[in-house]
Design a protein around this ligand. Structure first.
Ligand SMILES: Nc1ncnc2c1ncn2[C@@H]1O[C@H](COP(=O)(O)OP(=O)(O)OP(=O)(O)O)[C@@H](O)[C@H]1O
Ligand SMILES: [Mg+2]
Length: 434
């Protein structure tokens, strides 16, 4: 059946619908545009905020980089400067514009080859270099550390160099070294002064004794001369007897042996002191070398035992080879002193003394032990002082341990005195291993 043409009323409703639909579409478009516009504004605000934060971060990083006192240089993979900090500009007295984009090698005062290779190889580590200063002259040396700069993918993108000028530090170190050397020298002079004062004091006693005795002997000689002169001139016996009484010749003769013995003792004391002083070794010329401490100790023991005519030897518990760094002559002297002391402490009973040696890390240790009375606790701190002795006159000057201590210290080692829990003393010599 054929479709009837629409009625007039039907066609009016249809047009109105279309117009309505078009209007709705427009409204939708405008709404969308407004939405997009508002999104855009929102994005712009966010972008501005991010930009401000970025600028803030940039300012912060720049101010941090400017305030660090270490220098900082960033180079591209070809060694061209990309960025430097204020410390570097101050060090080199140059402007950033003159540096950026130019090869770092152009600003090195020396060692160019090495540093370039180092940079190219992208190796980490330290180098000491000098930069040119304002185009002429060179800066103080700088201890430079090199690290690889990585991009966001973790691939090498250049080099970061950080460094610290060490000139100031080095000058301070030199001054310190000088001051230390001066102190050591002063300490040596002071210790020499103490020694001389000690020697003077020690010598004074026997010498004044000798002088006094010689004075008395001179008077005696005058009286004897007068007495013998009269006899030689043939005085009568009564006159001689008078003279004998008035010149007190009998008392004089009785006094002579004591006077002579006293003088001899004084002279012996002076001789002892001089002999001890001879043990002082001021020779620091010989270089330290690897020496077998066991062998030196054995020799020293034999030396002392022979010198004292002892029937036995001390007990030796030493490895065949115990290498120490030092001067054999001086170490022999130390060991002789220690063995002498140990034997003194046990009244020459060699079996009461033992020597033990071993290696301990990068040093060697040698103990001289005895089973004598030990060192009185109040004397433990004094035994290394010059002229400290508890031995009677003629048996000790108190220099042995003082000399030995100095030798151990000069060798970079130490000498320690202690008492053993089981009784007796232990003197421990520690030296750098050879
Ligand atoms: N093994 C030891 N046991 C007990 N006391 C000791 C021992 N070694 C040292 N001493 C004490 O330390 C003092 C100082 O010793 P040091 O070797 O310096 O001098 P000295 O033996 O008295 O005289 P010198 O060695 O000059 O002949 C000794 O007089 C003694 O009192
Ligand atoms: Mg001694």
């Amino acid at each position: 059946m054929a479709r009837q043409p629409p009625l007039a009323t039907e066609s009016v409703i249809g047009e109105g619908d279309i117009a309505h639909a078009q209007e709705a579409a427009w409204i939708e478009v405008i709404r969308k545009m407004e939405e997009v516009y508002s999104d855009l504004i929102q994005y712009e605000i966010e972008l501005e905020e991010k930009n401000t934060a970025l600028e803030e971060a940039q300012r912060f990083i720049t101010s941090v980089l400017s305030s660090v006192s270490d220098i900082l240089v960033v180079c591209d993979p070809k060694g061209r400067i990309q960025q430097v900090n204020l410390a570097f500009l101050r060090l080199t007295d140059m402007a950033e514009i003159d540096l950026v984009g130019r090869p770092l090698a152009d600003f090195l005062a020396e060692d160019v080859g090495t540093l370039c290779h180092w940079l190219e190889a992208g190796q980490g580590g330290d180098r000491e270099v000098r930069f040119v200063h304002g185009g002429n002259g060179a800066t103080d040396p700088v201890a430079l550390t090199c690290a690889t700069l990585l991009d966001h993918r973790g691939l090498p993108a250049g080099t970061v160099l950080t460094g610290r000028p060490v000139g100031e530090l080095r000058r301070a170190y030199e001054a310190l070294k000088q001051a230390q050397a001066q102190l050591v020298q002063q300490e040596k002079m002071a210790s020499l002064g103490r020694l001389i004062a000690g020697v003077a004091h020690e010598l004074n006693n026997p010498i004044s004794f000798i002088v006094g005795n010689v004075h008395v002997l001179t008077k005696y000689r005058e009286r004897l001369e007068a007495y013998l002169g009269a006899i030689h001139h043939g005085v009568s016996e009564p006159e001689r007897e008078v003279l004998r009484r008035t010149l007190r010749i009998d008392a004089l003769i009785a006094d002579l042996p004591a006077l002579i013995a006293g003088t001899q003792e004084g002279a012996q004391r002076v001789a002892d002191i001089v002999k001890s002083l001879k043990r002082l070794s001021f020779s620091h010329g010989a270089a330290a070398e690897a020496v077998n401490l066991s062998e030196i100790a054995e020799n020293a023991v034999h030396w002392v035992v022979k010198g004292r005519n002892l029937p036995d030897l001390p007990r030796l518990d030493l490895p065949d080879v115990l290498l120490a760094k030092g001067q054999a002559g001086q170490l022999h002297q130390v060991l002789v002193n220690l063995v002498e002391n140990a034997l003194d402490a046990v009244d020459g009973r060699a079996q009461g003394v033992s020597l033990l040696g071993h290696r301990d890390g990068d040093s060697v240790v040698l103990d001289v032990r005895d089973d004598g009375p030990g060192i009185a606790p109040q004397n433990l701190g004094k035994v290394f002082e010059p002229f400290f002795t508890t031995k009677p006159v003629g048996q000790g000057t108190g220099l042995g341990l003082w000399i030995s201590y100095g030798i151990a210290r000069d060798h970079g080692g130490e000498l320690l005195a202690s008492n053993r829990p089981e009784g007796g003393a232990c003197l421990r010599l520690r030296l750098p291993a050879g």
